[in-house]
Design a protein around this ligand. Sequence first.
Ligand code: NDP
Ligand code: 8X3
Length: 259
Amino acid sequence: MGSIQNQTVLITGASSGIGAACARAFAQTGARLILAARRLDRLQSLVTELNHLTAIDSHVLQLDVSDRAQVESTIRALPEEWSSVDILVNNAGLSRGLDPLQTGEIEDWEEMIDTNLKGLLYVTRALLPGMVERDRGHVINIGSIAGHEAYARGNVYCATKAAVRSLSRGIKMDVFGTAIRVSCVDPGLVETEFSQVRFRGDTPRAEKVYAGTTPLTPEDIAEIVVFCATRPPHVNISEVLVVCTDQAAATMVYRRNEA
Ligand code: NDP
Ligand code: 8X3
């Protein structure tokens, strides 16, 4: 395992689920953490929790990745000691709704495209030039099984994740000849706040997504992200598709005790 001690890791969407689990996992490596999300209180609680476990060097950023001007100004205003990001985890993302395209809410599409696709682009565009200049860095994108196969009523969400997968390959080509690595980690079902957000707080509907099955945990994904980041410098893990044992395809999930 390559050491990433004292390397600077920026994680978007660190206030919940996979992003928060990545923060916990990277904290164990001795890396310095920039934790970004819109919910500042959540980030502050996470830093308090991490500091109880191990002394970490961290910086918190209130950041809406879908706001281009905010991304540019926030990254530009990073204090000198935090401005050289070595590892970027583009995790912030969401789904909204599960409707056929013909009745879909256009606002939902825009929010998903603005966050999952444009947000990832804004953050990467702000940080990649520094990585190229230093000839050092790693971009780790959180895609999804939804980027490998479309599923019914997943239309725009699946399209954003297919775009993340395509962009990961494209970025790797754009930094060809540098030491920068690009990875795309594509999970299947992970139990987080994802379904609560998708169904706008409809808890019974969100719980049904994970009912009777054993989904992945955010920690399962964080472990893979840290594994990608800690390979020796000549190893680039380009893509990881990971599902729980109960999942065979995006909408083929084995459930026990179903009526
Ligand atoms: P959560 O809802 O638990 O976490 C989503 C995170 O994204 C939150 O920290 C949220 O922070 C952040 N976020 C959302 N919108 C924005 C924004 N505009 N600006 C900054 N941060 C934002 O879900 P997950 O942990 O499951 O999701 C993380 C990633 O994993 C997403 O990209 C998702 O698509 C992907 N994924 C999830 C799977 C699953 O089954 N759960 C499977 C495959 C991929 P805040 O609201 O504080 O801004
Ligand atoms: C989240 C997993 O299958 O709900 O990306 O799209 S899925």
